[in-house]
Ligand binder design. Structure first.
Ligand SMILES: Cc1cc2nc3c(=O)[nH]c(=O)nc-3n(C[C@H](O)[C@H](O)[C@H](O)COP(=O)(O)OP(=O)(O)OC[C@H]3O[C@@H](n4cnc5c(N)ncnc54)[C@H](O)[C@@H]3O)c2cc1C
Length: 379
């Protein structure tokens, strides 16, 4: 079947989906609730196996509507552990502290991985109860009847390394913008209900990832009294600069495989969940061009804006990071500030080609300088 030809389908043929991450599980839920049998293939032995129990932020600033409300409208219930975050403490390279606050949550802390309470397990339970069949350890190559592909990042141009741990520390969100701790990225410490994640998100110098991880650990030990019980090292990669791809031949793409990532800081979960839903709606309705249109309307401007934001962010250096933090901290509402910062704008559209070329060549230089063993498996 060629989806781009919008052909006829036998209505009860299973919808096949490749990859059981947030995008694939969201797509599976949508297709199953539309009354279609669904087969979801996952090459690993469990959902969330790409992750390690690390805390991640489900961003809530790109739209005025709350992300959990938006997920509700596409049939995803927040049955995962989820902590609203309206305050965080940020540090610049000189160690100056700034408290950032918002009226409504700027993001929700969720846990990723295979354990109970994770986003991944919650989505799996919702998919199974909607009748989705999940086939683990299977990664078929041929889908003559069409497929929704959601296999996650295709290449590594952002690297996250850190520790997950148990702790007696109080809940809190801390981050540091400093070239010494995380070149062109950021270091972060997240604590929620006795569980913690300390990590660096790097966009350069991947070869020294472990060194940055230790510096971040040391920094948060000194600044906020980080204490870890039973720390376990983890790492993961992202693809923040992929070219957006909605369909190819008989396949629709969603999530990070569709090029949906926030090039500035790597907040890709919300895009994955929404795009999975949009792809499945179009697949079931046999309107792939509708998917292309909704993709463009909902995501394209944000993707371009995030590349332009990254272009300027990479030029800030430590003094620029400090000024940026100052502005966020001085804002009456950090969520609103971030919403404007992330919003598509005409001037960003005009800057996009230059920004994209420049950021892409910086990434290639960073990849060329990385020793392969420093990079964990891509997916
Ligand atoms: C360490 C780390 C921290 C992050 N922090 C944040 C954060 O704080 N906030 C945020 O919004 N985002 C964050 N992200 C990004 C976010 O996790 C991703 O954008 C999101 O998981 C993408 O979802 P996805 O469904 O597209 O892909 P994935 O989550 O990668 O899922 C893809 C699935 O497909 C499976 N698969 C791959 N190939 C095949 C195949 N051939 N056949 C069958 N199955 C296959 C994989 O095993 C995997 O289970 C982080 C990423 C990392 C690595």
């Amino acid at each position: 079947m060629r989806l781009d030809a919008e052909p006829r389908m036998i209505s009860q043929r299973p919808v096949e989906i490749l990859g059981a991450g947030p995008a694939g599980l969201s797509a599976a839920l949508t297709a199953a609730r539309a009354g279609r049998p669904v087969t979801l293939y996952e090459r690993r032995s469990e959902v969330g196996s790409r992750f390690h129990g690390d805390l991640q932020g489900l961003e809530n600033w790109t739209t005025p509507v709350d992300v959990l409300e938006e997920l509700g409208t596409i049939g995803i219930q927040p049955t995962f552990d989820c902590a609203p975050i309206s305050e965080g403490v940020f540090y610049d390279a000189a160690g100056r502290e700034r408290v950032v606050r918002s009226g409504r949550p700027a993001f929700y802390l969720v846990r990723r991985g295979s354990a109970d309470g994770t986003l991944d397990q919650s989505l799996k339970a919702q998919a199974l109860s909607a009748g989705v069949s999940i086939r683990f350890r299977e990664a078929p190559a041929d889908f003559p009847n069409g497929v929704i592909r959601t296999p996650g990042p295709g290449r590594c141009d952002a690297l996250d390394v850190g520790y997950v741990f148990d702790t007696e520390m109080a809940d809190g969100v801390f981050a540091a913008l400093s070239e010494r701790l995380a070149p062109k990225g950021y270091a972060y410490l997240l604590i929620s209900r006795g569980w913690g994640t300390v990590a660096v998100c790097l966009f350069d110098d991947y070869a020294n990832a472990r060194e940055y991880r230790e510096r971040a650990r040391d920094f948060f030990e000194r600044r906020v009294g980080l204490t870890m019980r039973n720390p376990r090292a983890f790492g993961g990669t992202g693809n923040v600069l992929a070219t957006p791809l909605t369909h190819c031949g008989n396949a629709l793409y969603a999530g990070e495989a569709a090029g949906l990532q926030d090039a500035l800081w790597g907040f890709g979960m919300r895009y994955a969940l929404l795009s999975g839903h949009l792809a499945a709606s179009a697949f079931v309705a046999r309107t792939p061009r509708q998917y292309e249109r909704s993709f463009r309307r909902r995501f394209a401007g944000f993707l371009r804006a995030s590349v332009v934001n990254r272009f300027f962010y990479e030029r800030l250096g430590d003094s620029g990071y400090a000024r940026l933090l100052e502005r966020i901290a001085r804002a009456a509402d950090a969520r609103e500030w971030l919403r404007r910062f992330y919003a598509p704008r005409l001037w960003k559209t005009l800057w996009f080609p230059i920004a994209r070329a420049s950021v892409e060549s910086a990434r290639r230089r960073a990849e060329a300088g990385a020793r392969a063993p420093a990079l964990p498996a891509t997916r």
